[in-house]
Design a protein around this ligand. Structure first.
Ligand SMILES: Nc1ncnc2c1ncn2[C@@H]1O[C@H](COP(=O)(O)OP(=O)(O)O)[C@@H](O)[C@H]1O
Ligand SMILES: [Mg+2]
Length: 394
């Protein structure tokens, strides 16, 4: 798929903007703070229903405005779809498909994109939550229904945590908490589905990840993904809370292990007032040559891993999607990379239907990607499509 036209109203620093885009590569250039990332962030929002930079929508609405509107004309083969999203300062957001109202969470069915950003280094070096989020965003793009499961899980988790906290406050014993059992069942049902979905996704990512890494590095460092599950006693956030590995029921299915983990952890949970096992506390160890990339990999290797994960994600979306290729967005990424990685990345993404690149200076962008350049200045698109030779397109 590709975005044929993007219109923004009161989005971030854009009062109004219209941008025609074509398939192939387009580079958005402008000094820092002019609105390049804002523009591509809007496309990412349609695909993931969130910004990669902030949680919550308030910051996306232009200061002083009550609502932001992101409208995109999407081309899927010979089909055109108009998707529109209104982010409201107050009240629920609204979405339209071809001018008819749809649920907001339907939008990711039509808009697929994979964003590469400087923040991606945190996938390798950052906290487990960054890796969980990477996996979950990809899950939602592949299976939009899971957005509902994730929201339900979060809700059950919050309820269960507040029950644990109030039980702690009232000094209730673990076996006096029959209401907790009901929440446990919900937590296990929803959480087990998410755990199994993430495990299946990691397995599917393995081959495309290896291929992507080879294309960026030209060496086989055997990149791999090793799930770390809190229901099996691992706790990436706090070692002390782990179950004894010896206690873990081997070979049982996810639900059984999850239920058993909650049983074993209940006294500790009452003490702490939080839920200690479930997908919200899982992690995935990124391996290079059988060692964790976090802590071992060099800066360059860490970047290669992060890029490879994004490329592999794009490959999976392309492979099993009815909408064709996802739109690849490379936000300020080339400035972070050495020359060789830049060139190899440019080759790796060349086959995708649409690639949007942002950069402060054109010199950072590999030559083959500079077919069309759009200049951005202070929340305005100062020129439309300009070819590499400098002549404006008709
Ligand atoms: N809600 C908002 N209302 C008005 N301006 C905003 C809003 N959010 C961000 N901005 C402005 O957008 C600019 C940053 O744009 P950004 O796209 O990140 O720049 P860059 O071109 O460096 O990628 C900053 O000047 C910031 O103040
Ligand atoms: Mg930026």
């Amino acid at each position: 798929m590709h975005v044929a036209r993007l219109s923004l109203t009161d989005y971030r620093n854009y009062a109004r903007a219209e941008l025609d885009l074509g398939p192939g590569a387009t580079v958005l250039v402008g000094r820092n703070g002019q609105g390049k990332t804002n523009l591509v962030e809007a496309i990412g929002y349609l695909a993931t229903l969130g910004s990669h930079r902030v949680t919550g929508d308030q910051a996306l609405i232009r200061a002083g405005a009550d609502a932001a509107i992101v409208r995109a004309l999407l081309t899927h083969g010979d089909r055109e779809l108009l998707v529109e999203l209104q982010l409201n300062r107050q009240g629920a957001n609204r979405a339209q498909l071809n001018r008819s109202p749809v649920k907001t969470r339907e939008l990711p069915r039509y808009a697929h994109s994979v964003l590469f950003a400087p923040e991606d280094l945190a996938i390798v070096r950052g906290e487990p939550s960054v890796r969980r989020r990477m996996l979950d965003e990809l899950l939602v793009q592949r299976t939009p229904r899971l957005a509902g499961v994730m929201a339900d899980y979060e809700r059950v988790l919050r309820q269960r945590n507040s029950l644990l906290k109030s039980a702690r406050a009232r000094g209730l014993a673990a076996d006096k908490l029959t209401t907790l059992d009901i929440w446990d069942e919900r937590l296990v049902a929803l959480g087990s589905e998410l755990i199994d979905q993430r495990l299946a996704l990691m397995a599917e990512l393995a081959d495309p990840l290896a291929a992507a890494y080879r294309s960026i590095v030209d060496a086989d460092h055997a990149p791999g993904l090793r799930p770390v599950l809190s229901i099996d006693g691992a706790d990436p956030d706090d070692e002390r809370d782990g179950l004894e590995v010896a206690e873990r029921p081997d070979g049982a299915d996810t639900r059984t292990r999850f239920t058993e983990a909650l049983r074993l952890l209940r006294p500790k949970e009452l003490e702490r007032g939080v839920t200690l096992a479930g997908p919200h506390r899982d992690d995935v160890v990124l391996l290079l040559n059988a060692m964790p990339a976090k802590g071992y990999a060099s800066h360059g290797e860490s970047w290669s891993f992060a890029l490879s994960l994004r490329l592999a994600s794009a490959e999976l979306l392309r492979r099993d999607s009815t909408t064709g290729d996802p739109v690849l967005v490379l936000d300020d990424v080339f400035a972070e990379l050495d020359r060789l990685r830049r060139e190899r990345l440019a080759v790796a993404i060349a086959g995708f239907e649409q690639v949007l690149v942002t950069a402060a200076v054109l010199e950072d962008v590999p030559e083959p990607l500079i077919a069309r350049v759009v200049h951005i200045e202070a929340g305005e698109i100062v020129d439309g499509l300009v070819t590499a030779s400098g002549a404006a397109d008709a």
